[in-house]
Write a protein that binds this ligand. Structure first.
Ligand SMILES: Cc1cc2nc3c(=O)[nH]c(=O)nc-3n(C[C@H](O)[C@H](O)[C@H](O)COP(=O)(O)OP(=O)(O)OC[C@H]3O[C@@H](n4cnc5c(N)ncnc54)[C@H](O)[C@@H]3O)c2cc1C
Length: 343
């Protein structure tokens, strides 16, 4: 067994969640080892569109709605700090979003939604054809994970890729992590393996400890190359959206399938997203053929993230961010790293 130093923290999973937590811990002086079964930032955090849009997600008050608003408020400073530490540019823009109504019934729904969201502090203005959400923003998650990796390396985080965690054994002050490359041991651990988290057995002194189960919700996206600056705010209608990066790369989404970890693109779904997106932005009909990709949103049974310490063990859970993991990364990292460092 490779025993790490007494203050060592082992982070399982190098997506935007594990990467952000590792960075925050290392900034505070912790010695951190991050393990990923594949590559840093290669799964859902690579696939995600990067809408930072509580306006499209939350209608009623819940602790996750508040957490999402808190996280969106943290984003500008999170991005500036990451860029400042690494010199890696991050495409982040508060471009707003337009939620479109096509029928009178949809318009009435939007008005009711606007009234409910006003109670939560989500601003929406009436505009031609729908509602305008001025505070919604977007970020390129691939830029964020590239910068996180660089920031982690600069802060001395040991990143072990192609290292699968098979099981974790925890007590109040020690975590033993069984990996495909042997055993590692530290004084605390974080489980941030996205849609795979719930399948990793966690054992305590008295046997296996139950943790929230996870399952993947697959989603497809399409990417078009358009003239930079040729699309304004994010356009949304139901589950269809179109958003434009500063480079001109324009993303259309999305779909939702429960098919396990099947990585095969479904051409019918791709065609359907293209047709729906072209209704929102007709110029997509004549755009060059889009590229398509997919990813696995990490879901739990109640579709809410599992964030926090597992009982009185030294293991923190940070997974199950479902459709909002890009949005929730800054607040999740602040909470988990804050709790761990306070201890
Ligand atoms: C199509 C699509 C669109 C999306 N759009 C948005 C959006 O607009 N806005 C938004 O906020 N969110 C969006 N999301 C959701 C967001 O991408 C996810 O919630 C977020 O990326 C989850 O991050 P994560 O770090 O928890 O998981 P991941 O990025 O999946 O990272 C988990 C990591 O754990 C590693 N791992 C797995 N098993 C093990 C193991 N046994 N041992 C070690 N490592 C392991 C994996 O290799 C992976 O690198 C979207 C997702 C999809 C699929």
């Amino acid at each position: 067994m490779k025993a790490l130093g007494g203050g060592d923290v082992i982070v399982v999973g190098g997506g935007i969640i594990g990467g952000s937590i590792a960075w925050r811990l290392a900034q505070a002086g912790a010695a951190v080892t991050l393990l990923d079964a594949s590559v840093f930032g290669g799964e859902a955090s690579w696939a995600g569109a990067g809408m930072l849009a509580p306006g499209g997600e939350f209608v009623s008050r819940s602790r996750w709605a508040e957490f999402a608003l808190e996280s969106r408020a943290l984003y500008p400073a999170f991005v500036a700090e990451l860029e400042g530490e690494t010199g890696v540019g991050i495409d982040y823009r508060r471009c707003g979003a337009v939620e479109i109504a096509r029928t009178e019934a949809e318009w009435q729904d939007l008005l009711a939604r606007r009234a409910a969201q006003a109670e939560l502090g989500i601003r929406a203005e009436v505009t031609v054809g729908g509602l305008y959400y001025p505070d919604d923003a977007l970020v390129d998650p691939r830029d964020v994970t590239r910068a996180l990796r660089c920031a982690c390396e600069k802060r001395g985080v040991r990143i072990n890729e192609q290292t699968r965690v098979m099981a974790v054994r925890v007590t109040a002050g020690r975590a033993d992590v069984e990996t495909s490359g042997g055993m590692l041991s530290g004084s605390a651990a974080v489980l941030a393996a996205g849609a795979w988290s719930g399948a990793i057995p966690v054992n305590g002194a008295d046997g296996q400890i139950a943790i929230p189960a996870t399952f993947p919700v697959r989603g497809h996206l399409l990417g078009y190359t358009l003239e930079p600056g040729s699309v304004g705010p994010i356009l949304r209608h139901g589950h269809t959206y179109v958003m434009h990066r500063s480079s001109g790369f324009t993303i259309a989404g999305t779909s939702s399938e429960q098919v396990g970890f099947n990585r095969e693109l479904d051409s019918q779904i791709v065609d359907d997203i293209h047709a729906r997106a072209a209704e929102l932005l007709p110029r997509l009909r004549s755009a060059p053929k889009p590229t398509a990709w997919l990813g696995f949103r990490p879901a739990t049974d109640d579709l809410a993230p599992a964030i926090g310490r597992l009982g009185d063990t030294c293991l923190w859970l940070a997974y199950g961010h479902y459709r909002n993991g890009i949005l929730l990364a800054p607040a999740t990292a602040a909470r988990v790293a804050g709790e761990m460092l306070a201890r």
